[in-house]
Design a protein around this ligand. Sequence first.
Ligand SMILES: NC(=O)c1ccc[n+]([C@@H]2O[C@H](COP(=O)([O-])OP(=O)(O)OC[C@H]3O[C@@H](n4cnc5c(N)ncnc54)[C@H](O)[C@@H]3O)[C@@H](O)[C@H]2O)c1
Length: 374
Amino acid sequence: MASIGIVGTGFVADYYMRSLATLPEVTVAGAWDIDLDRLHAFRKYWRVPAAASLDDLIGRRPDLILNLTNPGSHYAVSLACLEAGLPVYSEKPLATRLDDARHLHRVATERGVMLASAPCSALGESAQIVWKALRERVIGTPRLVYAEIDDGFLIRAPHETWRSESGAPWPVQDELAVGCALQHAGYYLTWLIAMFGSVTRVAAASAEVLGLTLADGAAAAPTYACASLFFESGVVARLTCSVVAPHDHSLRIFGDEGILEVGECWSNDAPVRLRRRHVVRRRLIDSPLTRRLRVGKPTHAKVGRKGATAMNFALGPQEMLAAKAEGRASRLDADLALHLTEVALAIQSAGDGTGHQVIASRAGAVAPMPWAME
Ligand SMILES: NC(=O)c1ccc[n+]([C@@H]2O[C@H](COP(=O)([O-])OP(=O)(O)OC[C@H]3O[C@@H](n4cnc5c(N)ncnc54)[C@H](O)[C@@H]3O)[C@@H](O)[C@H]2O)c1
């Protein structure tokens, strides 16, 4: 048996609880939230023990802390847990400032305590199928990637009606304060870093195009960002994030021998399709027909669709606990978490005149999941 401690029992914590239900060998040692009403509703709904404070939760010595607080609290909560010697899986971003993310990375590395950050969907079925197809050179040499994470015209969506299973409201103010690139770029960035290595340079632009003022009077973070990402392997990717353009979560990888396509990054079993090119008479045609690629082996537990996602949020915590139990390195580690955060911050904070930014951090090689091996 392994135990986890949960800090932050808001909207996303319910997704985690649904996903953790796929892991009968994992128990919840305690949950803590500074909003006591929210903590009470969560404890009652999921029948888990509530802690009296963060120190109380740390004192229970769970095998892993899930930091599911708002991004502005990630640094302080993760630091307290790491300094107490507890491994941390943090929701993204690792921190909202690069210096803070670097400090967490340093503390974790110096103390030999595991640290990782969401998202974990790179360990999921769709991502692993794409990656396997690339390793098998199904599209020959990959040359260029287009990844879109557009979420529709968010401010006109009925977000005030969105509630999690145990009743937490969807935190629209925080989402707009943190920004769509910092919140969402990671959903494809993690896949691309695993497949193509670290990002060495980012040429990006970002802007707040909706003219929003938040409830506390502060300006909203960029509601649009677009980046060209230059990977160590030589691949170049264009990544777009917005809460303005119509919903589009498509990924296309263009290679010499064809195109790999996925329609959704928030679903672990979104179909992965291969599209070939043909020359017909004097024209080059991308085939209107695609072939669905499959892994052909049992993969991982799936959770049904909840709200906008059909993702198993426990894949990351499960990987960390398995790595700890087996005495091996985790596929999701502190280097990857820092690198992901540095790149996402570079995209989001680019503004309209940054030019290209050199990325200092590097992620180590990520191993594919055993069920996706050739
Ligand atoms: N909302 C989503 O759909 C979604 C999806 C995936 C990931 N995430 C990520 O999950 C994280 C949390 O988002 P959310 O939507 O659950 O937000 P939320 O506001 O619904 O919940 C966050 C909770 O953390 C608590 N909290 C804040 N600071 C704390 C502290 N110092 N100690 C203890 N509790 C504290 C808040 O009181 C709140 O209940 C964010 O990093 C977000 O990027 C959210």
